[in-house]
Design a protein around this ligand. Structure first.
Ligand code: TPP
Ligand code: SF4
Length: 272
């Protein structure tokens, strides 16, 4: 890990994350997955939105864009379209990706553009003090829902699949190796990939919901995550309240930048 930090993190930058925050684990997993895939550091771009999680782009030593809240995907789409040979990885939070950025998300998935989205799901708007997001589990406490949320939360993996993503996986901070492998497979996929990384926010989510400290929140991840192979042998009753981890969906579809190249070729020939 020391070598990974030396190679892929900008040196001696102070960070803003609270003690026990899971964002460091997810960011480390991204660096490990990049290393595992042997990506060229100078041909890899990391784009993030705004939020605690989106600060990760600033800590990683690549060409990075720390963009605007909800807008990581349109910016990443522009970068990928202008230079399709670049590896483009998107870092986003649950609010950033599924609320203000929700429309961008479904359309990037629909286009099957070759981007790898790592969604840091801490179930809350961490940076702004605990407002609920579309991924906050129903009945949770939030600063905007002191009596509990009444809105049903998305399962973002199902949404991604329905919208057309060709690789969908989920892991947690506790299941770090599953997370590294999922991100690496997402990078390898020739199309739109979503990796949902369940991460603990002991401050803005944990406190309001009496979820204990960071180790207790990671213990919860351990106890509630079920690997897909094990889930296949369980009854719906046994799976009640649990979630699956691992690769959840893989499919094939034309990749957007190559389809776009065909349009360019047609236009250059002058025919329709
Ligand atoms: C256009 C715009 N609206 C709102 C904000 C304020 N804002 C900053 S971060 C954030 C939410 C972050 O939550 P999330 O995306 O879940 O990331 P986290 O902080 O939990 O990692 C909001 C609403 C902003 N910066 N820009
Ligand atoms: S508020 Fe939550 S998500 Fe943000 S740095 Fe602190 S623990 Fe992490």
């Amino acid at each position: 890990m020391e070598k990974i930090v030396e190679k892929y993190f900008r040196p001696k930058l102070p960070h803003i994350w609270c003690p026990g925050c899971g964002n460091g684990i997810v960011t480390g997993a991204i660096a490990q997955a990049i290393d595992k895939m042997g990506l060229d550091q100078d041909r890899t771009v990391i784009v993030s939105g705004i939020g605690c999680s989106s600060r990760a782009s600033g800590y990683l030593d690549f060409d990075t864009v720390h963009s605007a809240h909800g807008r990581a995907l349109p910016i990443a789409t522009g970068i990928k379209l202008s230079e399709p040979d670049l590896n483009v990885i998107v870092i986003t939070g649950d609010g950033d990706c599924t609320a203000i950025g929700g429309n961008h998300f479904i359309h990037a998935a629909r286009r099957n553009i070759n981007l790898t989205v790592v969604l840091f799901n801490n179930n809350i708007y961490g940076m702004t003090g605990g407002q609920y997001s579309p991924l906050t589990p129903v009945d949770s406490k939030a600063s905007t829902a002191p009596y509990g949320t009444i809105e049903r939360n998305f399962d973002i993996t199902e949404l991604a699949k329905a919208a057309g993503a060709t690789f969908v996986a989920r892991a947690t901070c506790f299941h770090k190796q599953v997370l590294v492998d999922a991100i690496a497979e997402g990078i390898a996929n020739d199309g739109f990939s979503l990796v949902e990384a369940i991460t603990q926010c002991p401050i803005s989510y944990g406190r309001q919901n009496k979820r204990g400290n960071a180790p207790q929140m990671m213990q919860w991840q351990k106890e509630h995550a079920v690997p897909v192979a094990a889930a296949a042998k369980m009854t719906p009753e046994q799976l009640e309240g649990k979630f699956t981890i691992g690769v959840l969906h893989e499919s094939k579809a034309p990749e957007y930048t190559r389809e776009y190249d065909k349009v360019i070729a047609k236009a250059q020939k002058g025919g329709k």
